[in-house]
Write a protein that binds this ligand. Structure first.
Ligand code: FES
Length: 188
């Protein structure tokens, strides 16, 4: 895409570079609360929230707009968090892996909530040296295993955000969270 950073297309899509750079602001919308003005349009809005909101110990995120195959980047305790709605194919891909062969052995089931295996919620912080992996925004590289890719030193995570290749020692961390409704998740 050759548009300048900050330029939105007539369809309302924002240039890829903007999405990457401004996701904190985007996520702040979801952190600002559920309902009211917090309607979440993944990766488009550029509103910001006050520092006290970002520093809140828990974050509620409206996940109703996240379609299967989509993800959003939120903020939890000032760090990026990925909320991903896995497709049935991505769930199947994660479940067919021989867990014993993994560097950090965990099943998808262990990394998600019962009955909501499609909702993969992890910190967006590479467990190597803390870069933000790619793969949560539309058009971003997802790596060799279809999950996330950390471009800093080449760590590849799979569709359960488990480390599969590269220097990262651990899977992307799953924070404490709960579903407060079918469309709202409370992290922290
Ligand atoms: S920080 Fe991600 S691979 Fe090094």
């Amino acid at each position: 895409m050759s548009q300048d950073a900050g330029t939105a297309t007539p369809e309302g899509h924002v240039a890829e570079g903007v999405r990457r750079r401004d996701f904190i602001n985007i996520a702040a919308v979801s952190a600002a609360g559920v309902g009211g003005a917090a309607t979440l349009i993944p990766l488009i809005s550029q509103m910001s929230a006050s520092a006290d909101v970002l520093a809140a110990s828990s974050t509620e995120i409206d996940i109703s707009q996240i379609q299967p195959g989509q993800a959003i980047k939120g903020v939890f305790r000032k760090q990026p968090v990925f909320i991903r709605n896995l497709t049935p194919a991505e769930v199947a891909e994660a479940n067919k892996v021989d867990v014993g062969s993994l560097r950090d052995p965990q099943t998808l089931k262990e990394r998600t909530k019962e009955g909501k295996e499609n909702w993969l919620i992890t910190m967006g912080v590479c467990t190597h040296l803390g870069c933000v992996p790619q793969g949560a925004a539309e058009g971003e590289v997802k790596g060799e295993f279809g999950g996330y890719f950390c471009p800093c030193h080449g760590s590849h995570y799979d569709t359960a955000a488990r480390i599969r290749k590269g220097p990262a020692p651990k899977n992307l961390l799953v924070p404490e969270y709960e579903f407060t409704s079918d469309t709202v998740v409370k992290i922290g």
